[in-house]
Design a protein around this ligand. Structure first.
Ligand code: ATP
Length: 239
């Protein structure tokens, strides 16, 4: 069957005050895909993610999610619909325990047995978090905090995970581990939209990718094809 769109971004314009940052961005994320967004500092990648998660309002254009208009839906409702962002810099609650950070990830849910089961699953996936469940999140290493941020997102039962620079500031081995986890989650049916500076690794695990330059999509294609693209190589892969 042909791929089915999970999220469509149509002619999206986002501005801070009078300064337009995204200029009529069009892109589609299909069910089951890993799609990455590559671009230089300041291209508007984080702004796009914040607009998708509802933390930044849409100025013009629209968003369609699972066939329904998402454009004016508030952020907390988007979480309940399965759109869950892992923000840049992890943003764990440093003064709360690992366990409480995870429980907060389920804030849009009713609680009870299902949430406890999901907590158990997160601890099984990230044994280090079980080991540190009563420690303050601020005491974790960068990689552990990224795992906590992912675990917290999983507690919301995402259908679409929005990941902002998950490998930022992490040692190469940990980066590998994070990319493996992203692939694993995708294999379990979670659609992934990935913003990365680490373009070569992002493209390597992506079905498709978009290149954003100064708030415009300038290139799109299969992850593998973009890895071989001369312009992408020169601008983003340091080749
Ligand atoms: P980075 O990798 O550095 O985060 P990015 O591609 O994610 O870059 P954005 O953070 O989305 O880019 O920023 C896009 C543009 O919007 C930049 O010119 C930035 O200075 C500007 N910008 C970002 N946040 C704000 C804000 N809250 N108010 C005003 N301008 C902003």
């Amino acid at each position: 069957p042909p791929p089915e769109a999970l999220l469509e971004v149509k002619g999206l314009v986002t501005a801070y005050g009078r300064i337009e940052v995204l200029h009529e961005v069009d892109l589609t994320i299909c069910r089951g895909e890993i799609v990455s967004l590559v671009g230089a500092n300041g291209a508007g990648k984080s702004t796009l993610l914040m607009t998708l998660s509802g933390l930044q309002p849409v100025d013009r254009g629209g968003l369609v999610y699972a066939g329904a208009d998402l454009t004016r839906i508030p952020a907390h409702q988007r979480v309940a619909m399965g759109i869950v962002q892992v923000p840049e810099g992890r943003q764990v609650f440093r003064d709360l325990s690992v366990h409480d950070n995870l429980r907060l990830g389920a804030f849009t849910r009713k609680g009870g047995v299902e949430v406890s089961e999901d907590l158990e699953q997160v601890y099984n996936r990230f044994p280090i978090l079980r080991q540190k469940r009563d420690q303050l999140a601020g005491m974790l290493s960068g990689g552990q905090q990224q795992m906590l941020a992912l675990g917290r997102a999983l507690m919301a039962r995402p259908r679409l995970l929005l990941l902002d620079e998950p490998s930022m500031g992490l040692a190469p081995l940990i980066v590998e581990e994070i990319f493996d986890i992203i692939r694993e989650l995708n294999g379990e049916g979670i659609t992934v939209f990935l913003v990365e500076q680490n373009a070569s690794q992002a493209l390597a695990i992506s079905d498709r990718a978009y290149v954003l330059e100064a708030g415009r999509v300038v290139l799109e294609g299969a992850g593998r094809d973009l890895l071989e693209d001369d312009k992408v190589k020169a601008a983003y892969l340091g080749i």
